[in-house]
Design a protein around this ligand. Structure first.
Ligand SMILES: *Cc1c(COP(=O)(O)O)cnc(C)c1O
Length: 430
């Protein structure tokens, strides 16, 4: 496949940018080959620097829920930018965003804006520690919460031991207060809280996991978690950076009927520009500076241009019927993929929720990190490239969720499924 200009730009990038990319998964390390450099996006499609068009199921890793270069979003950004890019002082747009977020997610009494998901989670957990006066943070294997030091951690040797760093540069001391448990395993939670309940500041999770491919929670897992946190006075933090305004207008928390103490947001709330947020119970939020002793700040926090893109996006996403249509699109996509794989005799399974989906080269959809890892990665790699060759851009890793936008319609679905039919046939024939 002709990727001449991408190859040329990637060669140049390798000289001046580590690995040629500004975020590791973009380097195509898991699938091999040259990362595609994009020149333009329009609706459901992206166009690369060689002029090839692709149907995009990455959507900037989730934010672009209306598709690329949506006219209303672009217009909002242009108008706001023309009046000044940043003030480092309060603006009405931030207030509008805070009111919209708290009105749509009932667990949010107050909210503070930041500039990334990483920052949102890091700040929420500092706040949880400051509020409880405790140190231990519990997370789950396969959940990603950004790249702050104390969250770059994997399970230790036993189920209930403290974690080990997953990145060089993270001292063991820094992760010594982070415990990693198995997702969807309420028994592990019961055991941990029985032993260490009074030291746990917070439990943080992706309420639907989208960073080990796509793994749905069980309702029991959520309910046990909520009960234990309440009983032991630990702060329950839903990291909805990916799922917020992506699986439903009321987030995963609304879908499952769970009220977290704190929620983190990002991705869709910036509509493609850098916006993150964390919020929740008023008594907890009152511990934040300048009201309370927990420090948190940001030069560009609540940036008006970024917030205007988010507001223009959220107003459309919150309109009645939006998620019915989006959910129907992803359900139809994965049902079609499953049928094509079955017709080709390939072990394959799928799952979807709202505008998020996953597909797996294994016979049943995974419920844990171990199950997600246990899939045919070679088959994924070949499928990825076979689809790319046919103009479908999927996430370049078997462990990322996929996304659809409101710009993905019947024509895109039909083209994707016909590409998939040919791709499955290609990988089956070796
Ligand atoms: C993407 C993501 C983050 C990190 O957000 P950044 O904006 O990349 O820093 C945190 N948590 C979850 C669940 C995410 O999907």
């Amino acid at each position: 496949m002709a990727l001449e200009n991408s190859k040329f730009l990637f060669e140049r990038s390798l000289a001046r940018i580590p690995g040629g990319v500004n975020s590791p998964v973009r380097a195509f390390g898991a699938v091999g080959g040259t990362p595609v450099f994009f020149r333009e996006g329009r609706g459901a499609k992206v166009i690369d620097v060689d002029g090839r068009e692709y149907i995009d199921y990455v959507l900037s890793w989730g934010p672009l829920i209306l598709g690329h270069a949506d006219a209303q979003v672009v217009d909002a950004v242009q108008r706001t930018a023309a009046r000044g890019l940043s003030f480092g002082a309060p603006t009405e747009l931030e207030l509008e965003m805070a009111e919209l977020l708290t009105a749509s997610l009932p667990s949010l009494e107050q909210v503070r804006l930041v500039s990334s998901g990483t920052e949102a989670v890091m700040s929420a957990l500092r706040l949880a520690r400051g509020f409880t006066g405790r140190d231990v943070i519990v997370k789950f294997e396969g959940c990603y919460h950004g790249h702050s030091d104390f969250l770059l951690v994997k399970a230790g040797s036993g189920a209930l031991t403290f974690g080990n760093p997953t990145s060089a540069g993270v001292p063991a001391d820094i992760v010594a207060k982070t415990v990693v448990l198995e997702y969807n395993n309420p028994a592990h939670l019961e055991e941990l809280f029985a032993r260490h309940g009074s030291t746990i500041a917070a439990v943080v999770l992706e309420p639907v996991a989208g960073n080990m491919n796509f793994v749905k929670p069980t309702l029991e897992f959520h309910q046990v978690l909520r009960r234990l946190c309440t009983q032991h006075g630990a702060v329950l933090v839903f990291d909805e950076v990916m799922t917020g305004y992506r699986v439903a207008a009321e987030g995963a928390q609304g879908l499952f009927g769970i009220t977290p103490d704190l929620t983190t947001l990002g991705k869709v709330i910036g509509g493609g520009l850098p916006v993150g947020a964390f919020g929740g119970r008023r008594d907890i939020m009152a511990k934040l500076a300048p009201l309370g002793p927990v420090y948190q700040a940001g030069t560009l926090s609540g940036n008006p241009v970024a917030v205007s893109a988010g507001l223009a996006t959220l107003k459309r996403v919150l309109a009645p019927g939006f998620f019915d249509r989006l959910g129907a699109t992803s359900a139809k996509l994965v049902a079609g993929l499953e049928k094509e794989a079955r017709d080709a005799g390939i072990a394959f399974s799928t799952a979807s929720l709202g505008g998020m989906f996953g597909f797996f080269f294994r016979s049943a959809a995974p419920r844990t990190f171990a199950e997600a890892m246990d899939s045919d990665r070679e088959a994924f790699k070949r499928f990825f490239h076979a689809m790319l060759d046919r103009g479908v851009y999927l996430a370049p890793s078997a462990f990322e969720a996929g996304f659809v936008s409101s710009a993905h319609g019947e024509a895109e679905l039909a083209a994707t499924l016909s590409a998939a039919r040919a791709a499955f046939a290609e990988i089956r024939s070796g």
